[in-house]
Design a protein around this ligand. Structure first.
Ligand SMILES: [Zn+2]
Length: 92
């Protein structure tokens, strides 16, 4: 084996090693990507939970104290609410 072809085979080995390293990095990148997706999903879920808690709060806030029915908005343009059963106005 002359020095030139020896160098060639070393170079090829280096290239192969580098390629293997790159494949490993790529697969690790893929993993961290899915971890990121999971974190994102978790965040979305937490936000949904906050929103649903808020909706529950709104519901209890908008309940008639006499019959505990939910107040209904009189028109869509105003925030006037009334209980359809005991006819109590909910003042804004
Ligand atoms: Zn009522």
């Amino acid at each position: 084996m002359d020095s030139n072809s020896y160098c060639m085979s070393v170079c090829l080995q280096v290239i192969e090693a580098k390629e293997a390293e790159q494949r490993l990095l790529e697969s690790q990148l893929q993993v961290s990507k899915t971890e990121k997706d999971l974190k994102h999903e978790e965040m979305l879920r937490a936000r949904e939970e906050v929103l649903s808690n808020f909706a529950e709060l709104m519901e209890t806030e908008l309940q008639c104290s006499i019959c505990s029915e939910l107040f209904v908005r009189v028109t869509l343009k105003t925030y006037l609410m009334i209980c359809n059963i005991s006819f109590v106005w909910l003042l804004p």
